[in-house]
Design a binder for this molecule. Structure first.
Ligand code: RAM
Length: 353
């Protein structure tokens, strides 16, 4: 697949840099500063060699981000950048702040970050940008005025509508359902949950009743226990949506060896490798995800394009993301990778991530 993309304008990013004021030297010694993002992009600028890029996931011990990191490393190698992956072991709101500070102090050219909390990371990001760092968020956005570009995995609307459709099909259109999410402050999950609620409010879903949203904090054990808690608290529960790879894998493990197997349906956003077994044993009928490898790859290319001056984050700017082809900056400094894939027992074995 070669989705042609729409990155959108970082009007807010430009404003943020303007707000920083003054003129500073960026990591490569180029003049940047207050109006850095308003400088004209040069789409024909060569990718700069010797770029130093830091890859900072929500947490390091999550297979989803391990796959995204592989994509980031492939892109890093393609643009001859030095890519350093680092990050916290938990997805707590402020756990990334010290890593962001370090990236700024180490004079990295760009940071590729999935934010655990939109606001908790913002002051550190703004400081680092003032030191010349280009900031690309991917997967889970930071406050828009604290980054240059956000590489979104898919349209949030498509993800939310898709998740509701999958649970509706799995429970036969009616009954109590619950959501098992990641952390309570995750930008991405919270956006999807709001849109799921909007979707559930539509007449065609009148038979579905959302009884609880629980948070497993993208921690395996917590997610496992929260699944158990949901089932005990709601004896009539018919289905669970878990829009997090950590949560859905833990919920599947719990359900598959419990009395609820086959009685309580499960769907969510998971990796084929983690859910293959549960898709074949009937615990999960269908689930969805995008390719995290391509997400990490695209985010790293966007970082290189920013740090090379090919783009500034303004709407309509174009750059080539290696094997994924050409992308165009769209609204709100945003790029969208493409639609998610739905996995069932019939196709899950064709995927290895
Ligand atoms: C988890 C993380 C990540 C999310 C996926 C679906 O790995 O919460 O941010 O995008 O699930």
């Amino acid at each position: 697949m070669n989705p042609r993309l729409v990155l959108a304008l970082a009007v807010s990013g430009a404003l943020a840099l303007t707000a920083c004021g003054g003129t500073t030297k960026d990591n490569a010694g180029q003049q940047t500063g207050g109006a850095a993002n308003t400088a004209a992009a040069n789409p024909n600028a060569p990718l700069r060699e010797g770029l130093k890029i830091t890859f900072l996931p929500k947490q390091v011990n999550n297979p989803y981000f391990t796959v995204a990191q592989k994509g980031a490393e492939r892109a890093g190698a393609a643009v001859k950048a030095e890519l350093k992956a680092t990050g916290p072991s938990d997805a707590a709101a402020s756990s990334q702040v010290t890593y962001i500070n370090t990236a700024g102090q180490q004079r990295q050219h760009a940071l590729v970050l999935s934010a655990n909390d939109a606001n908790a990371v913002a002051p550190a990001l703004k400081t680092a940008r003032g030191q010349g760092l280009k900031v690309v968020t991917f997967d889970s956005d930071a406050a828009p005025d604290a980054r240059d570009v956000f590489v979104n995995q898919a349209s949030p609307q498509d993800i939310a509508v898709g998740q509701v459709k999958l649970i509706s099909e799995a429970v036969g259109g009616s009954g109590e359902i619950a959501i098992l999410s990641a952390t309570p402050n995750a930008t991405n999950q919270n956006a999807w949950i709001e849109l799921m609620k909007t979707e559930l409010a539509k007449p065609e879903h009148a038979g579905l009743k959302l009884v609880e949203t629980a948070y497993g904090n993208d921690d395996d054990q917590t997610s496992f226990q929260k699944t158990q808690g949901l089932l005990q608290a709601h004896p009539n529960l018919k289905g669970i949506i878990s829009p997090t790879t950590v949560g859905v894998a833990a919920a599947a493990r719990y359900l598959s060896s419990s009395e609820y197997k086959g009685k309580v349906a499960l769907t969510g956003l998971g990796t084929p490798n983690q859910l293959r077994k549960f898709t074949h044993d009937g615990t999960i009928r269908a689930f969805a995800l995008w390719d995290p490898d391509k997400l990490g790859y695209l985010a790293t290319y966007a970082a290189a394009a920013l740090a090379s001056g090919q783009i500034t984050g303004a709407q309509g700017e174009k750059f080539t993301a290696g094997e994924l082809g050409e992308y165009t900056v769209g609204a709100k400094g945003e790029l969208v990778l493409g639609p998610p894939t739905v996995f069932t027992k019939d196709n899950v074995d064709q995927f290895d991530f």
